[in-house]
Write a protein that binds this ligand. Structure first.
Ligand code: DAH
Length: 345
């Protein structure tokens, strides 16, 4: 390998260049080729550089330049090989880890709304269509809001502790959503159109139609010149929208301390269309709401002028609406958290 002239050096450079060329085409690993050509002890290019010492001084610069050119070529070639190898390795990996996005996925079980939530939302939608907004109030309520301001005085039978969960003499779990009427009228000036959904509590033993905790929606409209016709029209529109346009609606005289006149509102039985069945106890009618024109005494509690203003109010049980709509014959199903029941909605 020793040489002493530029001629011989040129031959060697050319030979190594050709050898490198054919090595790179034979797909050897970049690391092997690096060792073979640039290895610190015996790399072919390294050895050439070592021979420079023996080249006559006059020819050294020229010879050094050529060897360096070769070295740069080899380095560039190795770089190219390395990036090709990396690209190929990546391609192999992508191929082996390929994901078929068209395969059907594993469905995760997703929850959905509870039937009582569905009914509440639907009722909210019907009333918001008529311009009502949704209000909220506390479940722990004072006797003032739950009773007194609703014209239910101290010794009224509705206050009986047989029916009410008292926390103290003046605090209780609200027995209806009607106190939100009072709270809203205190905060807002008329005209007013609101509904208030929420939980209420009564000391009832659980059975097919009773639960110590259940849900109501209260409604209230107050404006100048509101009449019983507005009241009837609103509730008829609501009940027909919720059940069906064929549903007939009936207003029966009744009594509530906070409305005058008061009514209980029935619909024609949706199971027998009024012919009489077990659900309507052969009467053809099912009671759905308590309601009436706001009693002037209630307006006085909130500083509304009963001479100028009129209003109507109503209250309904969400469970009752859900039982009729979905033909559920036991209110306890709504609270049992049995998936066989819940998954049907
Ligand atoms: N608060 C009554 C109850 O729980 C329902 C009710 C009746 C609400 C008449 C009203 C109403 O707003 O006007 O039985």
């Amino acid at each position: 390998m020793l040489c002493y002239g530029v001629e011989m050096l040129d031959e060697q450079i050319e030979r190594i260049r050709n050898e490198f060329e054919s090595d790179t085409q034979r797909a050897r690993s970049p690391q092997d080729l690096h060792n073979k050509y640039l290895g610190r002890k015996s790399g072919l290019v390294t050895l050439l550089l070592k021979q420079l010492q023996q080249v006559p001084a006059a020819e050294k610069p020229n010879a050094g330049k050529r060897i360096n050119e070769l070295k740069l070529e080899v380095e560039a070639g190795l770089d190219r090989l390395e990036s090709e190898a990396a690209a190929q390795a990546l391609a192999v990996r992508l191929e082996s880890e390929r994901v078929d996005v068209t395969l059907p996925g594993n469905r995760r079980p997703a929850g959905h709304a509870h039937p009582l939530t569905l009914v509440r939302s639907e009722i909210e939608e019907i009333f918001s269509f008529m311009g009502y907004s949704v209000e909220d109030g506390p479940e722990i309520e004072s006797a003032f809001y739950n009773f007194e301001a609703l014209n239910i005085p101290e010794h009224h039978p509705a206050r009986d502790s047989q029916d009410t969960f008292y926390i103290s003499d003046s605090l209780l779990l609200r027995t209806h959503t009607s106190p939100v009427q009072i709270r809203t009228m205190q905060k807002q000036r008329p005209p007013l159109r609101i509904i208030c959904p929420g939980k209420v509590y009564r000391r009832d033993n659980p059975d097919a139609t009773h639960s110590p905790a259940f849900q109501q929606i209260e409604g209230l409209a107050v404006d100048e010149g509101l009449t019983f016709r507005d009241f009837k029209g609103t509730l008829e529109f609501f009940l027909k929208s919720f059940f069906s346009q064929k549903t007939r609606v009936r207003f029966r005289p009744s009594y509530f301390a906070f409305t005058e006149p008061s009514a209980e509102v029935d619909i024609s039985c949706i199971f027998c269309s009024g012919a009489g069945c077990r659900v309507c106890k052969a009467s053809g009618w099912v009671e759905m709401l308590g309601a009436g024109m706001v009693d002037p005494a209630v307006f006085r509690y909130v500083d509304y002028d009963p001479e100028k203003l009129a209003g109507f109010a109503f209250g309904l049980g969400i469970e009752r609406f859900a039982m009729l709509k979905y033909s559920v014959n036991n209110i306890q199903h709504f609270y049992d958290s049995d998936l066989r029941f819940l998954e049907q909605f």
